[in-house]
Design a protein. Structure first.
Length: 285
C-alpha cells in the first residue's frame, strides 16, 4: 500500500512538472538556436513553435558572435554533417558554455562514418547538457565504436532497453543527461533513471521526430537549466502525449505529423496530468 501510494505520488509529480515546464515554455518563449540537418529543419522549427518556443535555424559561422548570445539554448544535430558546418557547431557550443547557457546534442546516425563518429566524440567533449539519441546511436557513442553490422543510418536497430547501461556510462563519462528514445524513452544522469511510457510507434514513420524531440528538450532545458534531467523527461513525455492524441485523428504518417503538431499546440493541464506516464526505473548502485 505504502509503495503504491508512493508511486502514485511520483506519477502525479511528473505530470505537474511536465505541465509547469510546458507552461514556462509558453510564457517565456525561449529562443532556441538550431544547427540541424536539412531533413529536419521544418519539423524542428514547427515543433518548437507549437510548444510556444521560438526557433532560429542559423548555422553561418560569421553570424554566431552576434546571434548566439541572444539564444536561451542551442541544439546541435549532425544529421547532414559536412566539414564546413563543424566550425559553426563548435563555436556556438563554446559560446553558450561561456555564457552559462545549455546546449543539447543529437548524434544522428553516429555509426555512418569514421568522420561522423570522431565529430560526435569531439562535440560530446564540449559538454552538452543533454544528449538524445535512439538506442543504436547511444550504444555507438557510449562505446566510441561504429556499429557497422546492424547500423541502419538514422533509424535504430536496437530497442531502448538494450542501451540502458550504455546510457548510464555515457552520462557518467560526459556529465550530460542522456536520453534514449524508443517504445520506452530512457533518461539518466548516471544516477537516476526514469522511463517515459508515452508516444506511438507510428512516430518512427515520420522523418525527424527524433530531431524534433531533441529540440523540444532544448526548449525545456532553456526554461529550467538547473533541472536538465526533469526537463528532458518532461519534454519526451509531452511529445509522446502529443503523438498519442494525434494518432487518434491520424490515418498514417503524413496526417500524424499534422495532428501531432496540432495536439502539441493544444495541450492543457488536465490532459497532461492524466496522460504523462513517467516511472522511476532504478537508483544508482
Ligand atoms: N515504438 C514506439 N512507441 C512509442 N513511441 C515511440 C516508439 N518509437 C519511437 N517513439 C517516439 O518517437 C520519437 C522519436 O524517437 P525515435 O524514433 O527513437 O528517434 P530517432 O528518429 O532519432 O530514431 C520519440 O518521441 C519516441 O518516444
Ligand atoms: C533521414 C535522415 N538522413 C539524414 S538526417 C535524417 C533525419 C533523421 O531524423 P530522425 O533521426 O529524427 O528520424
Ligand atoms: Mg526517426
Amino acid at each position: 500500500m505504502g509503495n503504491k501510494n508512493q508511486s502514485l505520488e511520483e506519477e502525479e509529480d511528473w505530470g505537474m512538472k511536465s505541465w509547469k515546464n510546458l507552461e514556462k515554455v509558453g510564457e517565456k518563449s525561449p529562443l532556441i538556436q538550431c544547427i540541424t540537418n536539412y531533413v529536419s529543419m521544418d519539423l524542428v522549427a514547427n515543433t518548437l513553435l507549437a510548444s510556444g518556443a521560438s526557433p532560429a535555424m542559423l548555422h553561418c559561422l560569421q553570424e554566431i558572435p552576434d546571434f548566439t548570445p541572444h539564444a536561451d539554448a542551442l541544439c546541435l544535430n549532425v544529421g547532414t554533417l559536412s566539414p564546413d558546418w563543424l566550425p559553426s557547431m563548435k563555436s556556438a557550443a563554446e559560446l553558450v558554455n561561456e555564457l552559462g547557457k545549455p546546449w543539447v546534442f543529437d548524434p544522428v546516425a553516429v555509426s555512418a562514418s569514421d568522420f561522423r563518429l570522431k565529430t560526435c566524440i569531439e562535440l560530446v567533449g564540449l559538454k552538452p547538457a543533454v544528449i538524445r539519441g535512439n538506442a543504436s546511436e547511444i550504444l555507438a557513442l557510449a562505446n566510441a565504436s561504429r556499429d557497422t553490422h546492424t547500423s541502419k543510418g538514422a533509424d535504430s536497430s536496437h530497442g531502448s532497453m538494450d542501451a540502458i547501461e550504455a546510457a548510464k556510462s555515457l552520462a557518467i563519462a560526459s556529465g550530460a543527461v542522456v536520453a534514449v528514445s524508443g517504445a520506452v524513452d530512457i533518461i539518466t544522469d548516471g544516477q537516476r533513471l526514469v522511463g517515459v511510457h508515452n508516444g506511438v510507434a507510428m512516430m518512427q514513420r515520420i522523418t525527424a521526430t527524433g530531431c524534433a524531440v531533441t529540440a523540444l528538450i532544448a526548449a525545456f532545458v532553456a526554461v529550467d537549466p538547473l533541472h536538465a534531467f526533469e526537463a528532458t523527461a518532461s519534454a519526451l513525455s509531452i511529445f509522446g502525449v502529443a503523438g498519442e492524441i494525434g494518432m487518434d485523428m491520424a490515418e498514417g504518417p503524413a496526417s500524424l505529423r499534422m495532428h501531432l503538431l496540432d495536439s502539441l499546440y493544444g495541450l492543457d493541464q488536465a490532459t497532461i496530468l492524466s496522460r504523462v506516464n513517467i516511472s522511476c526505473m532504478s537508483r544508482a548502485s
